[in-house]
Design a protein around this ligand. Structure first.
Ligand code: SF4
Ligand code: SF4
Ligand code: SF4
Ligand code: FES
Length: 951
């Protein structure tokens, strides 16, 4: 159903450079070749009636409502399926056309309930609009004949309803699921009058392959598929464009509102990252923002065994500031610090690092990107010269071969995955390197040429053997290397990778991947045209995470696959603002724009702007903060939007560190796991309650716009500002746009960025400056940011985390479509209907050996700890490897993960933990303690009579 502000041009645009001029109703129109007559008409404000056509989908030509007359052409062609031609003369309105259109509408309406006044689509129904447009006044066939008016509703999906009685079988939903989403969950069953839309093999939506992306709901011209919120609340009255706060795709949405209530989220057709598409999280899972668990009043307590006390904002800020000052006076300037989050906006993150550097007087600031993509920053900076991905998402449409390494786009980055699948269905080749059979390996109409099923922890061995094939089989793009790269570094790398020890045959025993498959994959990537690499946390979260990122950059440079559309090195960022939080200087060693704190010129610039003397030595990283806390040297921590007690590895180590501190300040929506160890709680605001910007995986800066007032009274940036003022470092921003203006003044890659400019361009990919006033979709064109590309030798060093008789299996972790990260948001939505607990995936052989069957409770023990979760016996994992997600605190996936980390950045080695799995009948000791502690903390919260958000 159309959104309240959308004008649908009927068929997708074409970007041909060749222009065609035609005449429509006597008016001259010029459009790109390939454009449909319908779209050409719509562009010149001539409205042709339509039902089965929409701008989101290729034309289908089934409803026959859009017929037109074209001079010299026989019959009455459908304008949606007819492309324009030079000199064409089109008539869109005459008596003959009007009679036919009325006849078509009569047939539709004779089998459609006439309950418009009580229908959720009333006023926004295309069928209703078309009845009006064609001047339908009577239905000669009556309503007494055979019809579908009693067809049952499918209400199985928690977010939308399928009311078959209203279906006009236009198949827009089926095509949306096929073309836009790529799930192919819907079909039209039967023929003629008996045609009906069916999910999978005539099962309910919930029991089908449907992933609840909502594309079919958006495409439906009637109320057949409607959002439940729309059914309950009625049509919205206004809408505000904002950006999804979940993953690094950064989809643009219009929040359709009634007053301060969200009626529905509609993906924005003009969104440059998503082009009108979405996934189940961004479109539907926003209920957490008004969930009863939200805390909207500040609270303090002296000890974590005390009940919380609700206080005013003044008291909370004053108490937090006095504690921070007391601790610094007693234990020294370096005894406090802060952790910011990739869920926060750029402006919020910028303020937290400014508070730490200028207000606390140290560099003890870090971000959760430490535990996900810090190796990306390190690896890409050192090879290509910039800590960011090289392309925009649309670039994938020009890729000929796509290499996905350690990423699971259909679950982690669903909207980009749909775009990638579209390209793969068009014929691009796919190589997947992953220990597990992710959905992309085989999905409707897509099959990977190669699935390199490597053992966890052997990425570097694999990338070296791929490089070995490229170098030894003469597949290097010599000219590119000679002109664009540091030749001595290339020669050193070439000599290294061509050693026999790096050959696929030698590395086969390490990686477990047959040498022939590695050779075939390397040849395909190097020779098949544009080769694009997409990678995720399966690359970075390793003891050699940074090495692997450098290995990927080496391979792309050697094959000339960088510096133009269709190629590149593309880190798929997990959270909404991972890129932005890194850009904003939230690492302890870097100012905004990735400039080291020891760089005197840069530091003096910030000192001048901020009016303070700044430290020239890096501060503590998150793991160093924990160590220092356990050593009694680090005593206070301000955490904004991050839940380290659940997301960081070796939970027991983290909680011991948290327990040892004297003042923990948590700013969040909920009493999360870290807040259970806190002394001050600042109620945070959801993305719906504040202004700001997020930067997605393509370096795209998009606006987040306030659609409702902050429930706690303050947006997050205001809370940081209040705290800064209270600790004695004044900040006086009146709007986040002023923070962005300061970022732009101080950061060379952002000098052209402002809210006004973003509003004008919709979004901007940095660098955006005098050289690139409209931003930079593709980086490293003509020259690398660092000048010449640098090859680095990437020797494979096996992880210290070894399997042995006691811990014979390797556990690796990942995420699932319906849940997000630690689950704080998605667990508080109906998304739990798809995934209500973390499960341990185990191969049938390993399960059988242990007497484990599907659904059994399994005890998982590692060198760090133990936990229990239910088994899912599946061949998605290979023998010797088990897998789980980490969305539920109680499952304690991070109780098992160890403190091993990347040599360069300390990014934890989440992806490789040696474990034993055994059938058990009760929770682990840790789980028992965890549940007891959580119950105590919940009761300490309840006894405070804290005000929650009203339902
Ligand atoms: S919600 Fe998405 S996946 Fe489900 S049927 Fe509709 S388009 Fe297909
Ligand atoms: S459900 Fe909607 S989109 Fe699908 S065929 Fe019926 S009317 Fe068309
Ligand atoms: S793909 Fe990511 S950004 Fe887009 S709607 Fe889903 S969670 Fe939000
Ligand atoms: S809109 Fe053209 S045939 Fe339906």
């Amino acid at each position: 159903m159309l959104s309240i502000v959308e004008h649908d041009l009927g068929t997708p645009g074409r970007d041909s450079a060749q222009l065609v001029t035609l005449s429509i109703d006597g008016q001259e129109v010029t459009v790109p070749a390939g454009t449909s007559v319908m779209r050409a008409a719509a562009l010149s404000d001539v409205k042709i009636p339509k039902l089965c056509a929409t701008e989101l989908l290729e034309a289908f030509g089934s409803c026959r409502l859009c017929l037109v007359q074209i001079e010299g052409m026989k019959g009455l062609p459908a304008s949606c399926t007819t492309p324009v031609a030079p000199g064409m003369k089109v008539t869109t309105q005459n008596k003959q056309l009007a009679d036919i259109r009325r006849g078509v509408m009569e047939l539709y309406i004779s089998d459609h309930p006439l309950d418009c006044l009580t229908c959720p689509a009333n006023g926004h129904c295309e069928l209703q609009d078309m009845a009006g447009a064609v001047g339908l006044r009577e239905v000669r066939y009556g309503y007494a004949g055979a019809n579908h008016l009693d067809a049952p509703k499918d209400e199985s999906n928690p977010y939308f309803t399928f009311d078959a009685s209203k279906c006009i079988v236009c198949s827009r939903c089926v095509r949306a699921c096929d073309e836009q989403q790529g799930t192919l969950a819907l079909t039209i069953q039967n023929r003629g009058f008996d045609s009906t839309v069916s999910a999978s093999q005539n099962v309910s939506f919930m029991d089908s392959e449907c992933v609840s992306c909502g594309a079919c709901v958006q495409a439906c011209p009637t109320a057949t598929l409607s959002e439940n919120t729309l059914i309950d609340m009625g049509q919205a009255e206004h809408s505000i464009t904002t950006t999804c706060a979940y993953c690094g795709v950064g989809c643009s949405f219009r929040a359709e509102m009634k007053g301060e209530e969200v009626v529905r989220m509609v993906p924005n057709l003009d969104g440059h990252a998503n082009h009108g598409h979405s996934c189940v999280k961004g479109r539907f899972a926003i209920g957490y923002a008004t969930h009863a668990d939200r805390i909207v009043k500040p609270m303090i307590r002296a000890k974590i065994s005390d009940p919380w006390k609700e206080v005013t904002w003044e008291e909370a800020i004053a108490h937090a500031a006095s504690e921070l000052k007391r601790i610094q006076a007693k234990y020294g300037r370096d005894s406090i610090g802060a952790i910011t989050s990739s869920r926060c906006s750029n402006e919020e993150t910028y303020l937290v690092q400014k508070l730490v550097r200028a207000g606390f007087g140290n560099n003890n600031v870090d971000t959760c990107a430490r535990v996900c993509h810090s190796p990306t920053g390190y690896g890409l900076k050192n090879t290509l010269g910039e800590s960011a991905g090289t392309q925009n998402f649309d670039s994938v449409m020009k890729a000929d071969v796509i290499l996905v390494i350690g990423a699971n786009p259909t679950d982690g980055h669903p909207v980009f995955a749909s775009q990638m699948k579209r390209r793969l269905r068009q014929g691009a080749k796919l190589i997947v390197a992953d220990p597990r059979r992710i959905d992309l390996v085989r999905t409707p109409h897509i099959a990977a040429e190669q699935h390199l099923k490597l053992m966890p922890g052997t990425n570097v061995a694999l990338i070296n053997s791929l490089a070995h094939v490229v170098v030894t089989e003469g597949l290097v793009k010599e000219e590119f290397v000679r002109e664009r790269c540091e030749v001595p570094s290339f020669e050193k790398w070439r000599d290294f990778v061509s050693q026999e020890i790096n050959s696929p045959e030698s590395m086969q025993a390490v990686t477990g991947v047959p040498a022939a498959d590695v050779r075939a994959a390397a040849r395909l990537y190097a020779t098949c045209g544009n080769g694009a690499i997409y990678y995720g946390l399966g690359v970075t979260e390793h003891s050699q995470g940074s090495t692997m990122v450098m290995g990927i950059a080496n391979l792309a440079m050697a094959t000339g696959n960088i510096g133009r559309e269709g190629v590149g090195v593309n880190p798929l960022r997990g959270q909404n603002n991972v890129q932005g939080s890194c850009d904003m200087g939230s690492f302890p060693h870097e100012f905004p724009g990735y400039r080291h704190v020891s760089d005197d010129t840069v530091r003096h610039t910030f000192e001048g702007a901020w009016g303070v003397t700044l430290r020239n030595e890096p501060g503590l990283r998150i793991p160093n903060m924990f160590e220092a806390a356990l050593d009694g040297e680090f005593k206070a921590l301000y955490i904004e939007g991050e839940d380290i007690a659940q997301s960081d590895p070796n939970t027991q180590h983290v909680t011991a560190a948290l327990t040892s501190m004297e003042c923990i300040i948590v700013q969040d929506l909920f009493l999360n796991e870290s807040a259970k160890f806190a002394h001050v709680f600042f109620p945070g605001s959801s993305f719906l309650e504040k202004d700001g910007t997020f930067t997605n995986a393509e370096r795209r800066i998009s606006r987040v716009r306030k659609v409702m007032k902050p429930k706690s009274g303050y947006a997050d940036w205001e809370i940081t500002q209040l705290l800064s003022n209270a600790v004695g470092y004044p900040m006086n921003y009146t709007h986040p746009s002023e923070i962005m203006d300061e970022i732009a003044r101080l950061t060379p890659t952002f000098t052209g960025v402002s809210y006004a400019r973003i509003d004008e361009l919709e979004s901007i990919q940095w660098p955006c400056n005098a050289e690139h006033p409209e931003g930079t979709p593709t980086m490293h064109i003509g020259e690398f940011v660092r000048g010449k590309g640098k090859f680095l030798v990437t020797e494979y060093v096996p992880t210290a985390e070894k399997v042995n008789a006691r811990y014979p299996l390797i556990l690796t972790t990942g995420r699932i479509l319906s849940q997000y990260n630690v689950g704080a948001q998605t667990r508080r939505t109906e998304n739990n209907r798809w995934h209500s607990e973390d499960l341990l995936e185990i191969h049938p052989h390993d399960a059988e050996e242990r007497g484990i069957v599907e659904g059994d409770w399994v005890g998982i023990e590692s060198r760090a700890g133990d936990t229990v979760m239910r088994a899912r016996v599946t061949e998605r994992v290979q023998p010797g490897v088990v897998y789980t997600t980490f969305h539920f605190p109680d499952s304690g996936a991070n109780v098992i993960t160890t403190e091993n980390s990347d040599w360069a950045t300390n990014c934890p080695e989440y992806k490789v933990t040696a474990i034993q799995a055994t059938r058990v009948s009760q929770p682990s000791e840790w789980q028992k303690r965890f549940r007891e502690f959580s119950e105590t903390q919940e009761s300490l919260l309840k006894s405070a009579d804290v005000m929650f958000v009203a339902k």
